[in-house]
Design a protein around this ligand. Structure first.
Ligand SMILES: *[C@@H]1O[C@H](CO)[C@@H](O)[C@H](O)[C@H]1NC(C)=O
Ligand SMILES: *[C@@H]1O[C@H](CO)[C@@H](O)[C@H](O)[C@H]1NC(C)=O
Ligand SMILES: *[C@@H]1O[C@H](CO)[C@@H](O)[C@H](O)[C@H]1NC(C)=O
Length: 901
């Protein structure tokens, strides 16, 4: 049953053919090296998995995920050549017990905060802070924690005396007891004095290093997850920092952003302990650069589906997502497949003075808003920090998602039987638009609720949420109903630089199956090709007249392909009766008259229920007649209802089907994201290419710039991550947009002189001189200090020295090396041993004076009459007039590569 529906949808949507922006084409030069090897067995069997791994000279690392998926690693990884590993993987593929094998590549994922402040400033709390409001009121005394009064978003400290009404929920007795929240991020400081007693090991793991300890690396770059955790569940009443929104909730963290993030890493994180964890909070996603279309891969999608279907004893896990920080670059969260998934609650941000923050992204899939940071030096979010202490400077939509997760935890305590859909119902029904109505863009939907592409249904309200949770009855089963638009000739339909086309579908509410009469999610899956993807605008009108702008123009998106079967989501028609005419308007807004394209297809996925969600909701009676005009459009299109399914997986698969290969690996490799690109707010080279396209709002030179900034200025005073450009070197940041200006590269980075930048060393190196040439190794690894030793070369790190080399602990006490054993033989001979000490002395090649092997590339010194400068090994010296490239002789100088054969 499920299979046939699935097959039908697959056939219709054709999802096998399409890729995300971050998925690179096999064989393309831009592809990052695979970071994870994953297998799936028929069912979970740890013994079998270990045996299979062993047979292929691999081992299982970490825990299995999604029932029967295992991470494998090559034993002695660094000793094996790429070809060796490829062959091992091929053999694995042939193994009868292995259902599926994949080497997965990292995708570009960034944290959704930004740095406005020098982190070093975070530890100090001046008492005469200029934003400390003088109108201190009672709510501020609810807790004695020192920073509690500065949690303006809890203590009526936003302009207009607004807050998120969390105290009312506390007063009603709800503080998150018996609710478990997991932060999927760069780790959690589990021993922090303001977290430890709420720490939940069952909601925690370390997927980056495949162990159980999620403690972040304390290198200044991994504060994000801990900060998010503190917002949810910092301990109350303990004289540390402030308090968490759900200060009695259990809090865990998955360390998964401090390393390459592949689909399997996301899936393992999203599916951790789904029976135990109630709420997953994620404050990261594809790059918010205004030009990417990207979303969850197949395993992550499976993890979401499994979560809502089986998690929490079948009631479904709650996935809370930060909507994105690309506002400055006119990005839209509609191009982010995590926020357009029906399984996530996508959360937007508002400033302390009830405005849209500069980083906010607009889209109709945002369900609600919580407070967060504004401009520099304006109030941000108070939370705990890494490795200890507190910060008042947590920022971005990153800070909003955990506040939402905390408030949702209060509602789950009030009513643990709420399902994942119940939660979406009550969040949107109780969100309060009032404080935010002074912003443009609000409208009223077909059931009288205020909606906004900036703020969803409004600001979350803790008190209202727990009260509604308390009396909420579980919603009826969700059905899905799909309508495909049949485009008549010309098909595809041409688009010019200034087109407006309307495509109308007539919906009868799924007459021939289980009706969808009370809407929940609405998805549009569309295919459009256009010369500049960012010049497209898509708008959906419901029969009740609700307008959702599915895709706004994105000036930075110069992709020339368009998008293929991209799923757009609107939650703005929630509660409406879907029967009647739906119109999709496809508009092009190009200045460039030469641009054109084609419109290919769209379909409408309606999710909802047959009966009202709550017994006291209004009832929609009688069938709405489908208008005759809709059936016979001038362009001859007709509507076809072709599939419906009670199984959201069907919808999910179709819904999350995806897009064009266009960008390839959209700016993916963090090591290459150096000075010119990147930055949630700044991109020098993009600006240069399209000066007229960018507006930086009020992004001015902040003055008093860090000494590492060059003369063009900075958007943040005294911060090395706040420069527009660097005086010396620009250093990329891991899993984070932007760059840091430095005078010398930090440990773990090497200098790329040509690009004036510091790039990240290979993960095996602690320090390096080139990406793959380590100067020192991570952990207890040994550094190879011999040239051309079999497959190994100088600068590689290995777990143990290969046969024939000995370990040298003495020459550098901090970094043991693998070196050639002292040669017991006479000059001109080398020791041809069996590795166990016995052997004999053999003569060196005539090119060598001394050597460690029989070939001329194994000379330690060249013989007289030989030189090694030209090609790096000893060749007969060139006689006068001889060219090294012609007669293969050695010169005493290094010659340009172009002269060499
Ligand atoms: C805590 O939650 C679990 C799982 O929902 C439930 O079985 C248990 O009874 C709850 N305990 C309390 C004290 O509410
Ligand atoms: C397209 O449909 C919308 C919504 O029904 C309507 O407002 C608009 O005028 C139509 N535009 C055209 C060109 O027909
Ligand atoms: C090659 O030349 C360099 C620089 O003169 C020297 O340090 C090195 O030992 C030489 N290698 C051999 C094998 O002669």
């Amino acid at each position: 049953m499920r299979l046939s529906l699935l097959a039908l949808l697959l056939a219709v949507v054709g999802i096998w053919a399409i890729e995300h922006d971050s998925v690179c084409e096999e064989g393309s030069a831009d592809c990052p090296e695979p970071s994870h090897l994953v297998i799936r067995l028929a069912k979970r069997d740890d013994t079998l998995a270990a045996a299979i791994a062993d047979q292929h000279d691999m081992r299982v690392v970490g825990r299995p995920f999604l029932d029967s998926h295992y991470f494998l690693e090559h034993v002695d990884d660094s000793k094996k050549t790429k070809r060796h590993k490829r062959e091992a993987v091929e053999r694995l593929r042939d193994s009868a017990d292995v259902e599926w094998v994949e080497e997965q590549r990292p995708r570009s994922r960034v944290k959704r905060d930004y740095t406005f402040f020098d982190d070093t400033a975070d530890q100090s709390f001046s008492t005469n802070d200029r934003h400390k409001r003088s109108d201190a009121r009672d709510p501020k005394r609810y807790w004695p924690d020192p920073l509690y009064p500065e949690q303006w978003y809890l203590v009526k400290g936003a302009v207009g005396n607004y807050d998120m009404n969390v105290i009312e929920a506390w007063d009603l007795g709800y503080t998150g007891k018996n609710v478990s929240v997991s932060i999927l991020d760069d780790g959690i400081q589990r021993d922090h004095l303001d977290l430890y007693s709420n720490y939940d090991p069952m909601a925690s793991t370390d997927i980056n290093d495949h162990d159980d300890d999620p403690t972040p690396q304390n290198n200044g770059d991994n504060k994000h997850g801990t900060r998010c955790a503190g917002e949810v569940a910092a301990i109350a009443g303990n004289n540390q920092c402030g308090v968490g929104v759900a200060y009695n909730a259990k809090i865990g963290g998955v360390r998964m952003l401090d390393g390459p993030v592949s689909d399997s890493v996301e899936a393992a994180s999203l599916s951790l302990n789904q029976h135990h964890i109630d709420i997953y909070s994620a404050s990261w996603g594809p790059e918010d650069d205004g030009k990417t279309f990207d979303g969850p891969g197949p395993l992550a999608r499976q993890a979401f589906y499994k979560g809502i279907k089986e998690g929490r004893g079948g009631k479904g896990n709650i996935f809370v997502w930060a909507s994105g920080n690309g506002g400055q670059r006119q990005d839209s969260c509609s191009a982010d497949g995590y926020t357009t998934s029906i399984y996530t609650l996508s959360i937007s941000s508002a400033t302390f003075d009830n405005h849209r923050p500069w980083y906010l992204e607009e889209c109709p899939s945002s369900i609600a808003t919580t407070y967060s940071s504004a401009n520099m030096n304006e109030p941000a979010i108070v939370t705990v920090d890494v490795p200890s202490g507190c910060t008042k400077k947590h920022t971005g939509t990153s800070a909003s998602a955990p506040l939402a997760a905390g408030i949702i935890a209060l509602a789950l305590e009030a009513n643990p039987s709420l399902t994942w859909r119940d939660m979406q119902h009550i969040v949107l029904r109780t969100a309060n638009p009032t404080p935010l109505l002074n912003n443009p863009g609000w409208s009223t939907n077909g059931v009288g609720r205020k909606i906004s592409n900036k703020f969803g249904y409004g600001l979350m309200d803790g008190g209202a949420l727990v009260k509604m949770a308390k009396k909420w009855q579980t919603v009826p089963e969700q059905h899905m109903c799909t309508y495909e638009y049949k485009l008549s000739e010309p098909n595809p339909r041409p688009l010019t630089s200034r087109s407006i086309l309307n495509f109308t579908l007539s919906v009868g509410g799924c007459e021939s199956g289980t009706p969808v009469l009370y809407l929940e999610h609405v998805q549009v899956v569309a295919t459009v090709r256009f010369g500049k993807r960012g010049d497209l605008r898509l708008t959906l009108y419901s029969p009740r007249g609700t307008r959702s702008e599915l895709l706004p123009p994105r000036p930075q998106d110069f992709n020339t392909n368009g998008f293929h079967k991209w799923p757009f989501l609107s939650v703005q028609m929630w509660g409406e009766d879907p029967r009647g005419d739906w119109t999709l308007t496809v508009e092009t807004v190009s200045e460039n008259r030469n641009l054109g394209g084609t419109f290919h297809d769209w379909m409408l996925l309606l999710y909802g229920t047959e009966s009202p969600a709550q017994s006291n909701d209004p009832v929609y009676a009688g069938a709405v007649p489908v208008s005759a005009s809709a059936r016979h459009r001038a362009d001859g299109t007709t509507q076809v209802q072709f599939a419906r399914s009670p199984d959201p997986f069907a919808g999910f698969t179709a819904g999350d089907a995806s897009f064009p290969a266009g960008d390839g690996f959209g700016g993916g490799d963090p090591t290459s994201a150096a000075a010119s690109s990147v930055g949630g707010y700044m991109a020098a080279d993009t600006e240069a290419k399209n000066p007229q396209e960018l507006t930086y709002g009020d992004l001015k030179n902040a003055g008093n710039c860090h000494p590492e900034c060059d003369d063009s200025g900075c958007h943040e005073s005294q911060s090395a991550t706040g420069c527009f450009k660097c005086r010396n070197l620009a250093q990329s940041q891991r899993n984070r947009a932007g760059f840091k200006c430095v005078s010398t590269c930090d440990a773990g980075y090497f200098e790329d002189k040509a690009q004036h930048s510091c790039k990240m060393c290979s993960p095996k190196c602690k320090t390096c001189s080139q990406q793959e040439v380590c100067d020192s190794c991570t952990g207890a690894q040994l550094l190879i200090d011999v040239d051309h030793y079999g497959q190994l070369d100088h600068g590689q790190c290995v777990a143990e020295c290969p046969k024939g080399l000995m370990t040298d602990y003495d020459s550098d006490p901090l970094q043991p090396k693998c070196i050639l054993p002292k040669n017991p033989c006479a000059k001109g001979y080398f020791f041809a041993g069996d590795g166990r000490g016995s052997g004999s002395c053999a003569v060196c090649h005539e090119a060598c004076a001394t050597c460690h092997g029989p070939s001329p590339v194994q000379c330690d010194q060249c013989n007289t009459g030989y030189a090694n400068k030209t090609v790096g090994y000893c060749r007969p010296c060139c006689k006068s007039g001889e060219q090294p490239d012609v007669v293969h002789c050695g010169s005493l100088q290094i010659l340009p590569a172009s002269l060499l054969s």
